[in-house]
Design a protein around this ligand. Sequence first.
Ligand SMILES: Nc1ncnc2c1ncn2[C@@H]1O[C@H](COP(=O)(O)OP(=O)(O)OP(=O)(O)O)[C@@H](O)[C@H]1O
Length: 483
Amino acid sequence: MVAVKGELWSQVGSIIASLMFVYAMFKECFPYQLRGYLGRYSHKMVNLVYPYVQITFHEYTGERFNRSEVYGAIRTYLGACPASTLAKRLRAHDIKDNKSLILSMDDDEEITEEFQGAKLWWTSCKHVTKSQSFSFYPASDEKRYYRLTFHRRYKDLITGSYINYVVQQGKDMAVRNRQLKLYTNNSSDDWYGKGTRWSHVAFEHPATFQKLAMDLKKKEEIINDLDKFRLGKDYYSKIGKAWKRGYLLYGPPGTGKSSMIAAMANYLEYDIYDLELTAVKDNTDLKKLLIDTSNKSIIVIEDIDCSLDLTGQRNKKKDDEKDEDDEEKKKDPIRKRFEEENKKSKVTLSGLLNFIDGIWSACGGERLIVFTTNYVHKLDPALVRRGRMDKHIELSYCCFEAFKVLAYNYLDIDSHHLFEKIKCLLEETDMTPADVAENLMPKSVTEDAETCLKKLIEALELAKEEAQKKAERNTVTNLIKKK
Ligand SMILES: Nc1ncnc2c1ncn2[C@@H]1O[C@H](COP(=O)(O)OP(=O)(O)OP(=O)(O)O)[C@@H](O)[C@H]1O
């Protein structure tokens, strides 16, 4: 009996339902005793003749535009199920990178599964009703659903464990397969009102922690920290803290701050929201943007020191410090341009502090907030205090360990007789990983590993010489100033 397909039984069920309908219409014509008997035992008879249970999972939850999460998860699960024809076809074509593909069952396709000894059937169904309303664009109203059929003896197993298992598996698959997104905020002036909105592109940065050149102990510490955060839902709720964590990445340009953010996103499989503060109109706009971010995401503000005049509002500087700052502004045209753009934005430091850990920041969860800066000492202490920026990570000049990672990435070597010389030079000279990487990159097909390493040695020796000359010049200037 069990081997008979659920679809056939569904037809048997329809015949029985029709007979019952006929009986209900004409029951007055049946003898009194027979009616009593049928009334008492009809349920048992139906169960005896049709021992299968059917559950349907609809695409929409009552309202037309409210998609059911459970339906979505089941769709993902069934699409990747080995019995699905689409999954079979994909395998036949040997599509390797099916990450962004959403598989689903064909209409009226049936999949047979077995779960802990229980046989069950999934059918993908579609119910079409013609729309009654007049419209320039008449459309038929399609209602999709999945029907699950199984023997009633497995009812507890299926409703108790199987459906939960399918939904969980489907959700996990969707997370694994989803295409990461990189969002940015643009000014918009639409019918929702003025302000900024997120727009996105696919995030396809190839950076990983394995490829990141930095102190290995530090790298491991960061990975452990991220793991702890990712699995910390219950812990955060136990300590009464919103499930979010702030990272401050600081260090000279070209030391890998942006690369680290990309590596974090790839490692955690989180989307990135690259927040351009200068494009945010005011604090209310900032709050709206925060509410529009999703869970499992990294909100990034790069070059926070240039983004707004966050230093001047709380932390009044001494005059001589200000003069120094003005001098630097003159030297740094990018910073000057940023500051000119800031004038359009009315976001304040307190608005930003609220964004990071105000009441609204707790809406949603599993979010990292990352600030990067080249000038950490210029940031207001309130902005970077622990609790807001929980982990401060310094990314610095290239050390020998970091160089070895780059040599392996760029030249496929993990040892060479020139390594010892490079080690000594790196100890005496400050060179960013970006500069080391550029020297290691072969510029023609004829350049081999040795040529690239020699190029790097030359560059390091030149940098060492220049640093020495600069130090000498500074000593002379200081002496003149003292006199
Ligand atoms: N630690 C690193 N490991 C591997 N590659 C690096 C590292 N640092 C820099 N690079 C290389 O240098 C390039 C520039 O690095 P990146 O943009 O991450 O630096 P940054 O610190 O964010 O610079 P900025 O402060 O100017 O934004 C990267 O594309 C990468 O190839």
